[in-house]
Design a protein around this ligand. Structure first.
Ligand code: SF4
Ligand code: SF4
Length: 385
């Protein structure tokens, strides 16, 4: 008998627990394997029987009471930061498993958390997969425009430093995405951003191809909202047809028209989420190395895996730093990222490399909050570091 835990306390976790203990254990027994017992669910902030915190899981894992943890794919939003925490707690990466998307299991009754009679057992053979070898990423983002119409001072993507329009080359991006697909077959959420993505007139083509490659992913266009009411009918149709939605980052200039933006999106039947109003920003760049090897593990952006120019990296910084270096004649590391075309970068190698700090991480800080401002004229190095 192998005692394990399942992450989370939502219905997906309970359903995964039932499948593992019943149908999946039956399969293992038939193959003379050991049955699985899900001893706990793991969720911080709960004091219920059968639910333990991440720290409690780590101590039961250290004492060998629990052998592994399964993370249902439905937790794609928490997934990357959860893996970071598990690494910090000393959990061996080989003892972390992904749970198959429950909606992809034919015959699984989502309401009753059970299988219909006569289901095909074969499809449960891959109910769980070791995290590192699973051809799955929880999150991916890419730029379609590097410049922006908002030009927020301290923009972490350095968009105000992009003085001329810079659009992502569609054909090169398409080739990169197809190469990624050969190594990463499924992605939880894909965010299309920039800069301001609505500045790119080819946005519908990017959405269409993303959906073609990744039929099960959540696809989101991340916009500052200013241009939303002027989008083309083609973009509206493409978003509706491909089940893509908007995430609006709400900065002060949107305030006068925010209700009209919401009304427009509702009328056009485009689903959207919206951030709270953001009137503070943080300087995140330092020229003096932060000297903190662990900074990466507490960095939210480290979970924002980004594809650019034939590479993928933990975050966008290896891509956008060139704009900072060029503007201020600096030499922060900008030659990083994992080459998607290198045959040594297999699924497992890519996933492993994404979990560890980059040289660029030495030059990030939590620089304290600043009031949100727009860059309106020439900008100086001290505006950014
Ligand atoms: S809206 Fe976003 S991308 Fe544009 S400048 Fe502001 S933070 Fe940067
Ligand atoms: S470079 Fe590293 S520390 Fe900086 S934002 Fe990216 S992941 Fe975080």
């Amino acid at each position: 008998m192998i005692n394990i835990a399942v992450y989370g306390d939502m219905k997906y976790s309970h359903q995964m627990k039932m499948l593992l203990q019943n149908e999946y254990s039956d399969l293992l027994r038939q193959g003379n394997g050991e049955e699985i017992v899900v001893s706990y669910l793991v969720a911080d902030g709960h004091q219920e029987d059968g639910i333990i915190s991440l720290s409690e899981f780590a101590s039961k894992y250290a004492s060998k009471e629990l052998a592994a943890i399964v993370i249902p794919k439905e937790y794609y939003m928490q997934y990357n930061s959860l893996i970071q925490k598990l690494i910090k707690h000393g959990i061996n990466l080989n003892d972390i498993y992904n749970g198959k998307r429950l909606t992809s299991i034919i015959g699984f009754n989502m309401d009753k958390s059970s299988m219909v009679e006569g289901y095909d057992q074969g499809q449960l053979g891959d109910l769980i997969t070791p995290m590192l070898s699973d051809s799955y990423l929880s999150y991916l983002e890419f730029h379609v425009a590097d410049h922006c119409n908002m030009n927020c001072k301290y923009c972490t993507h350095y968009s105000p430093l992009v003085k001329e329009p810079v659009f992502t080359d569609f054909d090169k991006w398409k080739k990169d995405m197809a190469t990624l697909k050969s190594k990463i077959d499924d992605i939880g959420i894909i965010r299309i951003l920039g800069g301001e993505p609505l500045l790119n007139p080819d946005l519908p083509a990017f959405i269409e191809y993303t959906r073609k490659l990744y039929p099960a992913s959540v696809i989101t266009v991340v916009s500052n909202g200013i241009l939303v009411r002027q989008i083309s009918q083609e973009l509206i149709d493409t978003m509706n047809r491909n089940i893509a939605f908007f995430h609006i980052s709400y900065y002060p200039p949107l305030e006068p028209t925010i209700e009209e933006v919401k009304k427009f999106l509702i009328e056009k039947n485009i689903a959207f989420t919206m951030s709270p109003k953001m009137d503070k920003f943080m300087k995140t760049t330092t020229l003096k190395p932060n000297g903190n090897e662990d900074f990466f593990y507490s960095c939210f952006e480290a979970t924002c895996n980004c594809i650019f120019e034939g590479k993928i990296a933990a975050c966008y910084a290896p891509y956008t730093t060139k704009f900072f270096n060029k503007e201020f004649d600096q030499s922060l590391p900008e030659d990083e990222g994992i080459d998607l075309y290198d045959s040594e970068n297999t699924t497992e190698n890519i996933k492993l490399k994404l979990l560890y700090p980059m040289k660029r991480c030495d030059f990030c800080i939590n620089g304290g909050e600043q009031d949100w401002e727009r860059v309106t004229g020439p900008t100086t190095l001290s505006d950014w570091v």
